[in-house]
Design a protein around this ligand. Structure first.
Ligand SMILES: N[C@@H](CCC(=O)N[C@@H](CS)C(=O)NCC(=O)O)C(=O)O
Length: 341
């Protein structure tokens, strides 16, 4: 179904999913209006069922404009509505890998993002001071102070939602350092994950990296120390509107960049065991996810949405034709990701 443009999207500069979607709209040359969260313009918009960022305002089946969230299905809806400059790779085996790495970025790397933003004092102090000013700058320091305090307290309290605590902190931090090394090696060989044009997984990684590599001081210093390449890549991803691409810029499954393997190994080492343990805890009605991830213990409250993510990945894997599935299974073998399917 076609969609009227400009699309309207409410978001915030510090929201990784807002940055993911804005960069896709720019790359795809889809006209949009970006509306800041908590701005006057945002106040007039309909509320979403679950108030997540970004929120889009799109017609439902009967043509009424409603608030819609969740970047992953929105990206696919926009694929159907707008032709050209697709962010979904053409080869079905590669499409599947794209979905898997997008899920890793959205659901695991976001643990790193949220952890680093609110766990260490230097990062929490910066975030607390800056965040409320995104919606308003023309306000006195006295007036903004209580909002800064409230946001800091609220977000630190939410660390438990992503599973950041004293037990998991070393696992989360190690996973980020290992990701930076693996992604650095991948980028040294290929500008994007699947060739010379960006896919939805590139934009998902980009979204989290706007925080990790650019904004939050602890992971930003770490990223720069390990990979100048990732920092530069993240800055360049923001606006790829002028980049020309052709179909042949996608690599086929048989000739994917060699560095991709290292990224898949991280998905297998961290995200896969988490997704499995989370789903199991929910199925057994347990209060806690208790798992071993990369040889260390992991404890957090179960996250129902991420059980759905596992279900969607399994559906996509099951719906591959036998030749694409054999290709995917061959590529995933020994990465740890194969445990998911
Ligand atoms: N799966 C969703 C996740 C969106 C999400 O978690 N957004 C965060 C901010 S980036 C959010 O809105 N959290 C609630 C809040 O900040 O009030 C997506 O892909 O869009």
């Amino acid at each position: 179904m076609t969609l009227e443009t400009p699309l309207r999207m409410m978001g915030a500069p510090g929201s990784p999913y807002s940055r993911k979607m804005r960069a896709i709209l720019r790359y795809r040359r889809i006209p949009y209006l970006f509306i800041l969260q908590n701005s006057e313009e945002a106040a007039a918009l309909p509320a979403a069922k679950v108030g997540l960022l970004p929120t889009f305002y799109l017609p439902d089946d009967s043509g009424n404009v409603v608030a819609v969230t969740d970047s992953t299905p929105l990206i696919r809806r926009f694929e159907r509505a707008f032709e050209g400059r697709s962010v979904v790779p053409a080869d079905p085996a590669v499409t599947f890998l794209d979905e898997l790495i997008e899920d890793f970025a959205d659901e695991w790397l976001t643990k790193c993002m949220f952890h680093y933003r609110w766990y260490h004092e230097a990062d929490a102090t910066k975030a607390r001071r800056v965040l409320p000013h995104w919606a308003r700058v023309d306000v006195s320091d006295e007036k903004i102070a209580p909002i800064q305090k409230m946001i800091g307290e609220r977000q630190i309290e939410r660390l438990r939602v992503v599973g950041s605590n004293d037990t998991t902190a070393p696992v989360i931090e190690e996973s980020y350092v290992r990701f930076v090394r693996a992604f650095d090696a991948a980028l040294a060989d290929s500008r994007f994950l699947f060739g010379r044009r960006p896919a939805s997984a590139d934009f998902a990684l980009y979204g989290q990296l706007t925080c990790l590599a650019l904004f939050d001081p602890t992971p930003a210093a770490l990223t720069l120390e390990t990979s100048a390449r990732i920092l530069a890549w993240t800055e360049a991803m923001e606006d790829l509107s002028g980049m020309e691409v052709v179909e042949a810029d996608w690599r086929a499954a048989g000739e994917l960049p060699s560095g991709l393997r290292g990224v898949l190994e991280l998905v297998g080492a961290y995200h896969a065991p988490f997704l499995l343990a989370n789903a199991e805890a929910i199925e057994q009605g347990r209060e806690q996810v208790e798992a071993e991830i990369d040889g260390r213990s992991w404890v957090q409250k179960p996250f129902p949405y991420q059980k759905k993510c596992l279900g969607w990945l399994r559906e996509s894997h099951a719906s591959l034709d036998s030749s694409a599935r054999a290709t995917v299974d061959g590529l995933l073998e020994g990465t740890g990701c194969e445990a998911l399917f």
